[in-house]
Design a protein around this ligand. Structure first.
Ligand SMILES: [Zn+2]
Length: 201
């Protein structure tokens, strides 16, 4: 994935630092409004999470930890799908979120996804939170908490770190039981090393 070494402000693309949970309507010059999209109903969020869960289940076929993600544009159209592919590709960076972000960026032809929502079955880790920030995603919806490695409110809260230029609205706990159970069952299988303990929030 190509990187843009230039700071956002110097690139002329404009920061979307105000695209936070407050729903402010910061303008990204040349890019149109960069506001957080309207929050969908719980029913719609559940439908989106069902798509992410389907991705997570597909990861089981390659022995990967079942985590899945989808990226939706402002209109709710899926523009990226991903599931954990670390084992499949022997790639430590092939987390569901990164895979989905790459697909969404390829689909839109833009590394910035300012109107998009990323939906993932498990709280993003530090790496994925970094990728989400880099993509200027304004909202993340996740299922289960990850008390061991979460970077969206558990161990860290990078997505809402006020020291950073871009901040992300976080909607947690959507279909959390189903998302967590999938992981718990996976790690209960014989021979699995590291476990998963869902946070109770
Ligand atoms: Zn991750």
């Amino acid at each position: 994935m190509a990187e843009d070494p230039a700071p956002a402000e110097a690139s002329g693309r404009g920061p979307v630092a105000e695209a936070t949970g407050g729903g402010s309507a910061a303008e990204a010059p040349g890019r149109g409004p960069a506001a957080v999209p309207p929050l969908p109903s719980d029913a719609v969020l559940g439908e989106w999470m069902a798509l992410a869960l389907a991705e997570a289940r597909s990861a089981l076929s390659t022995g990967d930890v079942p985590v899945g993600a989808v990226v939706l544009d402002r209109d709710g159209t899926v523009i990226g799908r991903g599931r954990n592919e670390r084992e499949l590709h022997r790639d430590p960076t092939a987390h569901a979120e990164v895979v989905a972000l790459r697909e969404a960026a390829a689909a839109t032809g833009d590394w910035q996804l300012p109107g998009a929502t990323l939906v993932v079955t498990l709280e993003p880790c530090v790496m994925c939170a970094g990728a989400i920030l880099a993509a200027r995603i304004p909202r993340v919806v996740f299922g289960a908490w990850d008390e061991k490695a979460g970077a969206a409110g558990s161990v860290h809260d990078l997505l809402r770190d006020r020291r950073l230029q871009h901040r992300v609205e976080v909607v947690a706990g959507i279909e959390a039981d189903e998302c967590g159970d999938l992981l718990t069952r996976f790690f209960r299988e014989p021979g699995r090393g590291l476990g998963y303990d869902a946070g109770d929030r």
